[in-house]
Design a protein. Structure first.
Length: 282
């Protein structure tokens, strides 16, 4: 006799309805849960303590990513097999990849970030686009930053677009949320971190600063809104305002690209004495 097919969770299940509601910010905040979609995000969630609490997977995805499903079970997450319609209903993407995880919030208190004496931090001030926020988080992770801070006027860290754009980096480094920009700058400075504003209005540029050899110490970069950058009152809080030099004819750089340039410049300066870490590509 052939083995019975795996039982699929019903589309009318309360678990499916609860997961679907996490697409909305107010429900995420109330439950302190968010969605992580796709194999990369779910794999990282399963490897981050007890963050992953629930996993919905199609039969095909469960077979293809058996290692991820196994890791989810090992950390105590409930695993539900679902058909494509259920995954489509829960997912916020047009073409889901068959895995949707329900995760606990994992933001870190700002005081804990300061207590760790970070050497490189990205501060997102009034950043409203979730894709940009997630991409900057990914850049910060890649550059070796030790923390990211989102001010109280910035986008929700757990917006599905921000989670996807971070490509798993959300689970790699501490992130503080809802921190007033004045408190962020003052706290970092008190922790011995030099706070730089990245803005096109800066009198000095990044090349000049690098040539001067003054970027090797602990540094926090403050990045502003996609459309209007940093207001004057925010720039005035920082130790210096630097612009990314434009050597060609481009009018400007978008937020994520400028953030990558600044963070990598600091990372390189901080590693100069010991040499730059090697980078491998697959």
């Amino acid at each position: 006799m052939a083995p019975a097919a795996p039982e699929l969770i019903s589309p009318r299940s309360p678990r499916v309805a609860a997961a679907r509601r996490l697409g909305k910010r107010n429900f995420r905040g109330k439950e302190r849960l968010f969605l992580a979609e796709g194999p990369q995000a779910v794999r990282e969630a399963a490897g981050y303590g007890e963050t992953l609490v629930e996993l919905f997977a199609t039969v095909e995805a469960a077979e293809r990513y058996a290692d991820i499903v196994g890791a989810a079970r090992e950390v105590g997450a409930r695993v539900h097999l679902a058909d494509d319609a259920v995954i489509q209903d829960i997912s916020t993407t047009v073409t889901p990849q068959g895995l949707v995880g329900v995760c606990r919030f994992l933001d870190t208190p700002f005081e804990e970030i300061l207590a760790a004496r970070p050497k490189l931090v990205a501060v997102l001030a009034h950043v409203r686009d979730p894709g940009n926020a997630g991409t900057v988080l990914r850049c910060a992770d890649a550059a070796g930053a030790e923390a990211v801070v989102l001010t109280d006027a910035s986008v929700d860290l757990y917006n599905p677009k921000a989670v996807r754009a971070s490509v798993g980096s959300l689970f790699h480094l501490p992130v503080a949320v809802g921190v007033p920009v004045e408190r962020a700058v003052a706290g970092l400075r008190d922790a011995g971190v030099r706070v730089l504003a990245a803005d096109g209005a800066g009198e000095d540029d990044l090349d000049t600063e690098l040539d001067a050899g003054t970027m090797g110490g602990p540094t926090a970069w403050v990045f502003g809104n996609e459309a209007w950058g940093l207001p004057e009152e925010t720039r005035a809080l920082t130790d210096d305002v630097l612009r990314v030099p434009i050597h060609g004819k481009a009018e400007s750089l978008n937020l994520a690209t400028a953030a990558a340039v600044c963070l990598y410049a600091s990372a390189r300066a901080q590693r100069a004495a010991g040499g730059c870490r090697s980078v491998t590509t697959s």
